[in-house]
Design a protein. Sequence first.
Length: 121
Amino acid sequence: MSRKTLTAVIGIVAAILVFLKDQFGLSIDAAGFATSLGLILAYVLFEAKLDLRKIGAQIGKWKDPKFWVALASPIITALNNALGWNLPVETINAVLGAVLSILFGLAFKKTKTDPVRTASA
C-alpha cells in the first residue's frame, strides 16, 4: 500500500466520521482520530519492520542486567505513582542498585577465570 493510498483511505474515514458526528451529535474528534489512525498505520506498515530488524540485531541486550534494571526503573516509578505506594525515590534507587549489584556479581562470577589454572596450562 502506497502512502498516497493510505492518505486517501484516512481522508475517507475522516469524512465519514465528520458526517456521523454531525448527524448523530457524537463527540468524536474526527481530525484527531484520523491523525492517530494515520500515524499508527504508517508506523506499522513502514517503520515497524525496520525496528524489528534493529531489535534482532541487538539480541544480546536481552541478557544484559543493565537493560533489565533500566527497564524496571520507569515501571516501578510509574506503579509507585499510579498505585499510590508512596515509596521515596531513594528507596527505589536503593532496591534497583542492589538488584543491579547482584546481577553484575552473578555475571562476573560466570566469566571469572582462575589465574592459577590459566598460568599452569
